[in-house]
Design a protein around this ligand. Structure first.
Ligand code: SF4
Length: 247
């Protein structure tokens, strides 16, 4: 965050986190998984795909191919055929095929609890967001993944002005106490999905509106987009996800 005057007060951040904790007490990942490997697969599939659809796909996929060993035995084309209901399925099939083989050869078929973020991001199709999701949800590591919802809500709250997810993560991990990184990730996602929508944020019923400097901006920019006939999509404060690279 370049301008110190833009840094939100710790008090405001604390109040927002307290309110979000009360709003979403059972926040957790919506992706179904039984092992760290399965969570990694589901998270790779979740780019430009709803969690509900990912769960339908992985329910079928994991029945026959529950681990890296069984997936590594398939060709890229065979994997593509199994996940074709998912957006970007061809590139995801390539990532899953390559990653399954590496995990089988290097780690003996399962993601080890000792794996670091740097090691995870060396796997094809795995960026910081995916690595943080797996580290936080499979191993209980303090990590804050920035997806499109976290990015949008954080910007509207004035918690970051960074233009990319990695620097937004750096801003948020400076502001939010470490022990709350993982839960804050889920709170911001749920708030983005249920209230602070990309196109029409429901500021009038938002429980954290009084601490949100982006309230008017969000409403007016959304209205302006509608007037222009825009869809309001894109990886930015007012848009949804348009990720096409590992994330
Ligand atoms: S007040 Fe509006 S812009 Fe701010 S977090 Fe709530 S819904 Fe989003």
């Amino acid at each position: 965050m370049s301008n110190p005057s833009e840094v939100p007060s710790r008090y405001r951040v604390r109040r927002v986190l307290t309110a979000l904790a009360a709003l979403y007490p059972d926040a957790r990942t919506a992706l179904d998984f039984e092992t760290p490997w399965q969570l990694l697969v589901a998270t790779i599939l979740s780019a430009q795909c709803t969690d509900a659809r990912v769960n339908i796909i992985t329910r079928r996929l994991f029945q026959e191919y529950p681990d890296a060993r069984s997936l590594a035995a398939l060709s890229e084309e065979e994997i593509a055929g199994l996940i074709r209901d998912c957006g970007l399925f061809r590139s995801k099939a390539r990532y899953l095929s390559q990653t399954a083989r590496i995990v089988q050869e290097v780690y003996g078929g399962e993601i080890p609890p000792s794996i670091t973020q740097a090691e995870m991001t060396r796997l094809p199709g795995v960026g910081r967001k995916t690595a943080n999701v797996v580290l936080a949800n499979a191993f209980g590591v303090d990590a804050l993944a920035v997806d499109t919802h976290v990015f949008r809500v954080a910007h509207r709250l004035g918690w970051s002005a960074a233009r990319d997810a990695d620097r937004t993560e750096a801003d948020l991990t400076r502001l939010i106490p470490r022990r709350e990184w993982s839960r804050a990730h889920h709170w911001l996602i749920l708030h983005g999905r249920q209230v602070c929508h990309a196109r029409r944020p429901a500021c009038e019923r938002c429980a954290i509106a009084r601490w949100c400097p982006g309230r008017q901006d969000a409403v007016s920019s959304s209205a302006a987009r509608e007037k222009r006939g825009g869809r309001g999509e894109g990886f930015g404060p007012g848009g949804g996800s348009a990720l096409s690279k590992p994330h």
